[in-house]
Design a binder for this molecule. Structure first.
Ligand code: ATP
Ligand code: MG
Length: 420
């Protein structure tokens, strides 16, 4: 579990701010659910035989003897809230997004942590392919806005309750022929959750999976038509994608469309999937809610931030002004001036320790302030001072009354990513 300190947190804020703003344009409202839920919620939705529930959950008993778990993902909690607040009775189509920490007891490495963060979205109420494509489009646009261009969209269909069992039977038959060659985990999966063998990372399992029957050839007619329409609409939006019949996703609740966004940057190593999602038309009903179809995604914020840090972009906004005090008698006036300018919207540094002018100027350099203003008796009496550009160049005369305006004029044309 990581601490995120100032200096790094600006990257996180940039991604969060960009996502909030963008998802709002699509009509998605933010939902915030608790960090803990009844353990049973995840067992019933994510599935008992998945890695997440089987091995990775932080589960504990509270003082009332209830079994609770730190949430390992965001879809089940959102569905729980959707049901609990009878949202389906109030509106036919609901669009939510969320962001926050998730917890999984995993083996840690780059891009894989025990507390990590997801940005996700869920759309309830539409079974149409357009809804699948809308949520994929949101991710595509977000990645573009973040400047992450080297990410590929992989799509697949897992079929529905009609055609998936047929496929599963064919798959099991194929895998049984190689049972002894599968890794220990996959031998168990073969009995309990055979589809997951297809995305096992073990090399021999992958070879066996490569020779397995293709799920797309087993789709029933309605699932085939749905998947074809998803692709047609992706094409209409000029979104590039790869059809990849191996995209299974680790959770039990998916039906029909599934997708993953895979980055190719070496900084992520094997943790190259920055996000994934799909349709889960049976989830809300299976949790005791109405029969409402849904589709959504979850993005790994930690991994997005790792990629962004590699991109060399600058995220910390710079300090506009450092105010230095020339003499003891000006300390109060400088302190007041700093507060007033902050109120007017400037980012102002002021060294509350006081000290010599030389040590203050050293400090000004460290803060990276764009301008410094020295306030002494003369400036106070004349009401006039100098804005000294720290990058060099001529000082700009300024009236103490109009510092904010003069600074804005002096720096117009200089933009930072935080302002875009
Ligand atoms: P992986 O195959 O990498 O284990 P997953 O299928 O378990 O991913 P999901 O449950 O689909 O992941 O979660 C969506 C996204 O959340 C992932 O694509 C990834 O970016 C991120 N994520 C999942 N687990 C972690 C983790 N332990 N640490 C950091 N990010 C994670
Ligand atoms: Mg995982």
């Amino acid at each position: 579990m990581n601490d995120i300190l100032p200096g790094e947190v600006e990257v996180w804020q940039f991604v969060e701010r960009t996502a909030r703003e963008l998802f709002g344009r699509y009509g998605y409202g933010e939902v915030r659910t608790p960090t803990v839920e009844d353990t049973a919620l995840f067992v019933r939705s994510v599935g008992e035989e998945t890695d997440i529930v089987g091995k990775e959950m932080y589960t504990f008993e509270d003082k009332g003897g209830r079994s609770l778990s730190l949430r390992p993902e965001g879809t089940a909690p959102a569905a729980r809230a959707y049901i609990e607040h009878s949202i389906g009775n109030q509106e036919p189509l609901t669009r939510w997004f969320y962001m926050g920490p998730m917890f999984r007891y995993e083996r840690m490495k780059t891009g894989r942590y025990r507390q990590f963060h997801q940005i996700g979205a869920e759309a309830y109420g539409s079974k149409e392919p357009a809804q699948d494509v809308e949520v994929m489009d949101m991710v595509v646009r977000l990645l573009l806005k973040l400047g992450l261009t080297d990410v590929s969209l992989n799509i697949n269909s897992l079929g529905d309750e009609q055609c998936r069992p047929v496929y599963q039977a064919r798959l099991v038959e194929h895998l049984r022929g190689h049972a002894s060659e599968l890794c220990a985990d996959c031998q168990k999966r073969l009995e309990r959750n055979p589809l997951r063998v297809l995305d096992c990372k073990n090399e021999r399992c992958q070879q066996i999976a490569n020779a397995a029957p293709n799920i797309l050839e087993s789709l029933c007619e309605p699932c085939r038509a749905h998947f074809a329409e998803v692709q047609r609409k992706l094409n209409a939006l000029e979104i590039k994608y790869v059809v990849n019949p191996r995209i299974m996703r680790g959770l039990d609740y998916y039906t029909r469309t599934t997708f993953e966004f895979i980055a190719s940057h070496p900084v992520l190593g094997t943790a190259s999937t920055v996000g994934g999602g799909g349709r889960y038309d049976k989830l809300v009903k299976s949790l005791g809610g109405p029969d409402v179809p849904a589709v959504g995604f979850g993005l790994g914020l930690d991994r997005l931030c790792l990629l962004l840090k590699e991109s060399g972009q600058r995220f910390s906004p710079s300090t506009d002004l450092f105010i230095a005090v020339a003499d003891e008698g000006s300390a109060d006036a400088a302190f007041v001036l700093a507060s007033k300018l902050r109120h007017e919207g400037l980012r102002v540094e002021f060294d509350t320790r006081g000290g010599s002018l030389k040590s203050q100027m050293k400090r000004a350099d460290k803060t990276g302030a764009r301008f410094t203003l020295v306030l002494g008796q003369q400036e106070r009496e004349s009401g006039q001072a100098q804005l000294k550009p720290m990058a060099g160049g001529d000082p700009v005369p300024v009236s103490l009354e109009h510092i904010a305006r003069t600074l804005r004029e002096a720096s117009s044309g200089v933009s930072s990513p935080s302002a875009s």
